[in-house]
Design a protein around this ligand. Structure first.
Ligand SMILES: [Zn+2]
Length: 683
């Protein structure tokens, strides 16, 4: 499913997984959470701290054929998959399971995905109703009706439609429209003319052709249809915001009434569209990208209904191919994983089906997951850490030399108000309305998407639910939500290497401490700083302080723009700015919190020859250990707001005076040494 998270700012990314089924214990032995065995001490820490800390690990952990990268995130992600597998197997083995219960749904959903024989036999028959709708289209009005029908299943042919808080009135839930319609990973893929992107475009055209052939089009028709899709998508891509524009909360805030929708996009029948998605009473919508909606509307006049039929067939098959028979799933993998990310082979089926089950029944599985794997003592320890981190960030803000007292007061109020969620939600979601059957895997997937769509849209006009979570408990990630002004740490990330009950404090502050600081700092990055303590988009900065912020962050943009991660492939300093601010702020705040925690205690003895402060930085750098394929790295730099792992280490530590104090052998002349005036102090 193409799922978008518009406002949540997360910690990291991971992709892919390993090939062999191993017991948890083996995984833990193979990947100790923190180890000096991972290091390459023949290197100088001043030349490349990432490789100094992770060099041996990088050498000893080649990327498996069925992954596009391997990292600490992946290791934990794999461990979690094994944990979740146990839950699913237990659910499936219960005799006399209550029909319609969560337990039954989990088992049935998973088994439907594992039943590859039935999936082969069914072919496209489960999607007949959807294809019939497309076939019945006579005119543009029908095109819009069918698109609306698809939308209610979260196949979003034109745009994504969902609810979230009104950015300028955070107590209210409103409808949101966000650009969609393209099949390449990002708009720039349609326009960049470097060899790699040109190659991907050529292969995309071949992929489109093959998919239409799989839909039984004659080869010449399939080729023509592929060209039609490329042309229409290019037109939509041209009208789309760039990913940097999408990070501007003011530019993407365009709340309109239904009359405003007609003014902006007159050739879409909005009354009828919203009625057919099941929400005829919508009165207000935020349009993230007005230019895109305008173009989409004008294409209703310039593009023939027959071409729209082709477009809808592609949207349907592209959204569902991964859950269909081998021919479709393989072709889908061949383009999106092999060509775009460089992955050599598909992961074993159980892992793919497990991920889909875990997404579709997220909190149903999450509820069982935390009961089995999340110790209450972890919540206590986390709460203590978060309190120390808050204290540390408070001191940082108070001591800032570039910010005046008026802005500081607002910043401190925002920090004080910032909420924290740890582990899992207090209130669990109700899945009783979700229909899961043993008949068809793809229909189970589509039903769960429709269930999600309704769940999101039903919130419009209702009070904001403070107990709600934006990630499932089993997720290996964390986030800051600017509209709620809260940081959230699912149980899934509260494990080694991030969080280790057995490790010393230096290790934990360098890992989970950094993650907490990272999420807190998102409240004050270039995006988050535009929201106030109540989660409203409101400018609380004096003009001078705003300018000072821009001046300091400009250094960071420039710094990251210089990082060439592959031949002629540079990090995008603007796209990654918010994450880079959060990384620098997070590491600094965690370091200071660690120092605070040592007050009144004796300085810990060195371990393995490294001081406690050195171990803080080693722990930070080991969290980001990562081997990634060139293709996946190119894709990440183009599409992802997080800098590549190596840069998340080297971009941060050399900006911190505390690092030079810990590693006194890092000196001017070393490859990554930065002069004092080159080191921005932001938070
Ligand atoms: Zn982040």
């Amino acid at each position: 499913m193409k799922k978008i998270i518009v406002v949540m700012l997360s910690l990291g990314l991971f992709a892919g997984c390993t090939s062999n089924i191993k017991k948890n214990a083996d995984i833990e032995n193979k990947y100790p959470p923190f180890s000096i065995q991972n290091m390459d001490t023949t290197l100088k820490p001043g030349n490349d701290f990432f490789s100094y800390t992770n060099g041996s690990w990088l050498k000893n952990n080649p990327i498996p054929a069925d992954k596009n990268s391997t990292s600490a995130f992946d290791e934990l992600f794999e461990k979690n998959r094994h944990d979740i597998r146990e839950i699913i197997e237990e659910s499936a083995s219960i005799k006399d399971v209550q029909p319609g219960s969560n337990t039954e749904k989990i088992g049935t959903f998973f088994n439907s995905g594992m039943d590859s024989l039935s999936i082969e036999q069914q072919g496209l028959s489960s999607l007949k109703m959807f294809f019939d709708k497309i076939e019945s289209i006579q005119n543009i009005s029908d095109v819009q009706s069918v698109a609306a029908f698809f939308q209610s299943y979260q196949i979003s042919p034109f745009f994504y439609l969902f609810s979230s808080q009104d950015s300028k009135n955070s107590t209210s839930m409103i409808a949101q429209c966000y650009q969609a319609g393209i099949g390449l990973p990002e708009r720039d893929y349609y326009f960049n003319n470097d060899e790699s992107t040109k190659g991907i475009r050529e292969k995309y055209l071949i992929h489109l052709t093959k998919m239409f052939e799989l839909l039984k089009d004659e080869p010449s028709v399939a080729k023509r249809n592929a060209e039609t899709i490329m042309k229409m998508e290019t037109q939509l891509a041209k009208a789309s915001f760039t990913n940097v524009e999408n990070q501007d909360p003011q530019k993407t805030y365009n709340k309109v009434t239904i009359d405003g929708m007609y003014k902006l996009a007159p050739d879409i029948n909005w009354h009828s569209y919203f009625t057919q998605v099941g929400y005829p009473g919508l009165t207000e919508v935020n349009i993230f990208q007005p230019g895109f909606m305008k173009e989409l509307s004008s294409m209703m006049k310039t593009v023939q209904a027959d071409d729209w039929k082709t477009f809808l067939r592609w949207q349907l098959i592209n959204s569902t191919a991964a859950y269909l028979s081998k021919g479709f799933a393989d072709q889908n993998f061949d383009f999106y994983n092999r060509t775009v990310l460089g992955q050599e082979k598909m992961e074993p089926r159980w892992k793919l089906v497990l991920d889909v089950t875990s997404n579709s029944l997220g909190e149903a599985i999450g509820q069982l997951y935390v009961k089995k794997y999340f110790p209450p003592v972890a919540k206590q320890k986390m709460t203590e850490l978060v309190m120390n981190l808050k204290k540390s960030l408070k001191q940082s803000i108070e001591n800032l030399t570039w910010m005046g007292p008026q802005t500081k007061q607002e910043a401190l109020a925002k920090l004080d108000r910032m909420g924290v969620k740890v582990g899992y939600p207090d209130k669990w979601r109700d899945y009783s309305g979700l229909v899961i059957s043993s008949q068809s895997y793809v229909l189970n997937v589509l039903n769960s998407w429709a269930f999600e769509f309704k769940y999101s849209m039903d919130k419009i006009g209702k009070p904001v639910d403070p107990t709600e979570w934006g990630m499932t408990p089993q997720t290996v990630n964390a986030y800051y939500d600017p509209n709620r002004n809260e940081i959230v740490f699912p149980a899934g990330i509260l494990q080694p290497p991030f969080f280790n009950m057995d490790a010393d404090d230096a290790i934990n502050y360098g890992a989970i401490g950094m993650a907490i600081g990272h999420e807190m700092t998102h409240g004050f990055d270039n995006f988050g700083r535009q929201f106030d303590k109540d989660g409203n988009l409101r400018d609380w900065w004096t003009k001078e302080d705003s300018e000072a912020f821009e001046t300091h962050t400009a250094i960071l943009i420039d710094q990251y723009n210089q990082y060439e991660v592959l031949d002629s492939t540079f990090v995008n300093g603007k796209l990654t700015l918010g994450e880079n601010i959060a990384d620098l702020g997070g590491c600094t705040v965690a370091y200071n919190a660690y120092k605070l925690s040592l007050e009144g205690k004796e300085t810990p003895e060195p371990i393995d020859g490294f001081t406690n402060f050195q171990r803080f930085f080693l722990s930070y750098a080991q969290v980001w250990r990562n081997n990634i394929r060139d293709e996946a790295l190119r894709n990440q730099v183009k599409t992802n707001e997080h800098s590549p792992a190596q840069i998340r280490v080297n971009g941060v530590v050399y900006n911190m005076p505390e690092f030079y104090a810990a590693f006194t052998n890092v000196k001017p002349g070393d490859r990554f040494y930065r002069e004092v005036d080159q080191r921005p102090v932001i938070w």
